[in-house]
Ligand binder design. Structure first.
Ligand code: C2E
Ligand code: MG
Ligand code: MG
Length: 490
C-alpha cells in the first residue's frame, strides 16, 4: 500500500468513527431534550395546579394577563380582573378546623373556575384571596362579579357541616383602570374599599381609592396607640321605659378623641379595629371602663343598668365571659345589671365558638340584647336558642315609621315576635314624638334616641340624673331620672 492509499484508508476509518460518535452524541442529545421536555411539562402542570385544582400560579396568571393585554393593545376588546376575598373564611376555618377550611377552599376554587365560562383563568393569591381574568368591558365584569357572588352564596355542605360564605370583590378593567403591571393591584384596592364599607359586595376600581386606603392606613396607625395614649372615652345614652318614661339604663358608646381630627365616630374606627385585630384590647377597655362608671353611679345613688356593645371578634374570644365577670366583681356590680348588646348578624352566626359564648353568658346571668334587629330576617326558632332578654329594633325601621306602612308592620311584627318569646323590645333612634307614640302604641318596652337624649360623657349623665345640671336644648326631661336616682345607696 502506498502512502496515499494508507492515508485514504485511515481517513475512511476516522470518518466512520466520527460518524459513529456523531450519531451517538445526537441520540444522547435527543434523549436529553426529550427528558427536559418531559420535566418542563411536569413542572408546568405542577405550577398550574398550585395545590388547588384547576388554578394558576401567580406567575402563570400574570403571563395570561400580559398575553391578553398584548391582544387588547393590538385592537382586541377589553378584559377585567376580579379580586375576590372570602370575608368570613378565617372565622369558618377557626370554627370548623383546617381540614374543613382546606375542603372549603377547594370547593371555592372549583366554583370560581366554573362560574364565568368553562375555564376562567383563576389564581389563588393568598389564603382566601383569588383573582379571576374575565373577558369584556366594565359592564360585563360587573355581571361576572355578580355570578361569582351568587356562586359562593350557595351554602357549602360537608357531612354535618353547613357553611355560608360571603365575599368582597374588586374589579379593574384593562385598559381603563391602569397599566398591565397595576391591574391586579388596582382590583385589590377596589376589594379593600368594599371591605372598608362593610364587605359582602363588589365595586369597580376608582383612582380615588388609593388615597382612601392610604387615609385608612394613617388612621389605623394612630388607632394602634390611641388606647395607650388615653384617647378613648365612653359616652352614654339613656334607655327610657316606654310607660313610666324613667331611665332604666345607659348604653356605652365609644368615642375617640383624635389629637388632630377631633372626635372620631365608632362607625369609622370600630370596623378598622375589627378588621386589623385591635378590637380585642379596645373591647376589654370598654368593659372595664363601663363597669367603673356604673360603680361610680351606684356610689352616687343612681340605679342604672349599663349596656356594652360586643363585637363579633369578642364573641369568639374564649375568655370574654371570664373577663366580664372579673370586671363586674372588681367594681361590685351584679351580672344581671350588665347588658351585652350583640348585633343580630353576629348573634345568628351559627359557629360553635359564638354559641359557646352565648351559653357562658346565660350561665353567668348577663342580660343579653340583640342589637340592630330586623335586617337579618332571623327566625323565631333561631331566636329561641339564644339566651336573649331583649331585642333592639333597628333604627332604619324607626326612622321610617311615620311615613312607611312597611316599616310599621315590620316594627309591629318584631314586637309581636318578642312578646311571644317573652323578650323586652327596645326601639333605638327615636327622634320625634310621632315615632315615640307609635312605638308605645305597638307595645315597645323601652325607647332610646335623640328625642330623649344624645349620647354624652358619663359625668354629664350623672349631673343630669342628680339634677346638678339643667336640661338644655336637647329637651331633656327632668322627670326622666326621678326614680332612677334613689338618693341612697342600693
Ligand atoms: P349601636 O350600638 O346600634 O348604637 C346606636 C347608634 O345610634 C349610636 O351611634 C348612637 O349615637 C346613634 N343614635 C342614638 N339615638 C339616635 C337617634 O335618635 N338618631 C340617630 N340618627 N342616631 C342615634 P354611634 O355612637 O355612632 O355608634 C355607632 C355604632 O358603633 C353602634 O351602633 C355600635 O354598633 C358601634 N359601637 C359603638 N361603641 C362601641 C363599642 O364600644 N364596641 C363595639 N364593638 N361597637 C361599638
Ligand atoms: Mg348598641
Ligand atoms: Mg343598634
Amino acid at each position: 500500500m502506498n502512502t496515499w492509499s494508507a492515508i485514504a484508508a485511515a481517513s475512511g476509518l476516522m470518518s466512520l468513527a466520527l460518524s459513529g460518535l456523531y450519531w451517538r452524541e445526537r441520540r444522547r442529545r435527543l434523549q436529553l431534550f426529550a427528558q427536559l421536555e418531559d420535566l418542563s411539562k411536569q413542572l408546568a402542570s405542577k405550577m398550574a395546579s398550585d395545590a388547588l385544582p384547576g388554578l394558576l400560579t401567580r406567575a402563570l396568571f400574570d403571563a395570561a394577563i400580559a398575553k391578553k393585554a398584548n391582544k387588547v393593545d393590538r385592537g382586541a376588546g377589553p378584559f377585567g380582573v376580579l379580586y375576590v376575598t372570602l370575608d368570613n373564611f378565617v372565622l369558618l376555618n377557626d370554627a370548623f378546623g383546617n381540614e374543613t377550611g382546606d375542603r372549603l377552599l377547594k370547593e371555592v376554587s372549583r366554583r370560581l373556575a366554573m362560574c364565568d365560562g368553562d375555564k376562567t383563568p383563576t389564581c389563588h393569591i393568598a389564603v382566601g384571596e383569588f383573582a379571576l381574568l374575565v373577558d369584556g368591558d366594565q359592564h360585563s365584569a360587573h355581571a361576572s362579579a355578580q355570578r361569582v357572588s351568587d356562586a359562593l352564596a350557595v351554602p357549602f355542605t360537608f357531612e354535618a357541616i353547613r357553611a355560608q360564605l360571603t365575599c368582597s370583590i374588586g374589579i379593574a378593567v384593562y385598559p381603563d383602570h391602569g397599566a398591565v403591571s397595576k391591574i391586579v393591584g388596582n382590583a385589590a384596592l377596589a376589594m379593600r374599599s368594599v371591605k372598608l364599607n362593610g364587605g359582602s359586595d363588589f365595586c369597580l376600581y376608582d383612582p380615588k381609592m388609593g388615597a382612601e386606603i392610604r387615609e385608612q392606613a394613617l388612621l389605623f396607625n394612630d388607632l394602634r396607640s390611641a388606647l395607650d395614649k388615653g384617647e378613648f372615652e365612653l359616652y352614654f345614652q339613656p334607655k327610657i321605659d316606654a310607660v313610666s318614661l324613667q331611665v332604666t339604663g345607659a348604653e356605652a358608646l365609644l368615642r375617640w378623641h383624635h389629637p388632630e381630627r377631633g372626635l372620631v365616630s365608632p362607625v369609622v374606627f370600630i370596623p378598622l379595629a375589627e378588621q386589623y385585630g385591635l378590637i380585642g384590647p379596645i373591647g376589654h377597655w370598654v368593659i372595664e371602663e363601663a363597669c367603673r362608671k356604673a360603680a361610680r353611679w351606684r356610689e352616687r345613688g343612681l340605679r342604672m343598668r349599663v349596656a356594652v356593645n360586643i363585637s363579633g371578634y369578642q364573641m369568639r374570644e374564649d375568655d370574654l365571659v371570664n373577663r366580664i365577670e372579673a370586671a363586674l366583681q372588681r367594681n361590685g356590680i351584679q351580672p344581671e345589671r350588665f347588658t351585652c348588646e350583640i348585633t343580630e348578624s353576629v348573634a345568628m352566626e351559627d359557629t360553635k365558638v359564638t354559641q359557646l359564648t352565648f351559653e357562658k353568658m346565660r350561665n353567668a346571668g348577663f342580660h343579653v340584647s340583640i342589637d340592630d334587629f330586623g335586617t337579618g330576617y332571623s327566625s323565631l326558632a333561631a331566636l329561641r336558642k339564644l339566651p336573649a332578654r331583649e331585642l333592639k329594633i333597628d333604627r332604619a325601621f324607626v326612622s321610617d315609621l311615620e311615613e312607611s306602612e312597611d316599616a310599621r308592620s315590620i316594627a309591629q311584627s318584631i314586637v309581636n315576635m318578642a312578646t311571644a318569646l317573652n323578650l323586652r323590645v327596645v326601639a333605638e333612634g327615636v327622634e320625634t314624638p310621632g315615632q315615640r307614640d307609635l312605638l308605645v302604641g305597638m307595645g315597645c318596652n323601652e325607647l332610646q334616641g335623640f328625642l330623649f337624649s344624645m349620647p354624652m360623657p358619663a359625668y354629664e349623665l350623672e349631673r343630669l340624673a342628680l339634677h346638678e345640671r339643667e336640661p338644655d336644648e336637647m329637651d331633656f326631661r327632668k322627670s326622666l331620672f326621678s326614680e332612677t336616682y334613689l338618693g341612697k345607696l342600693h
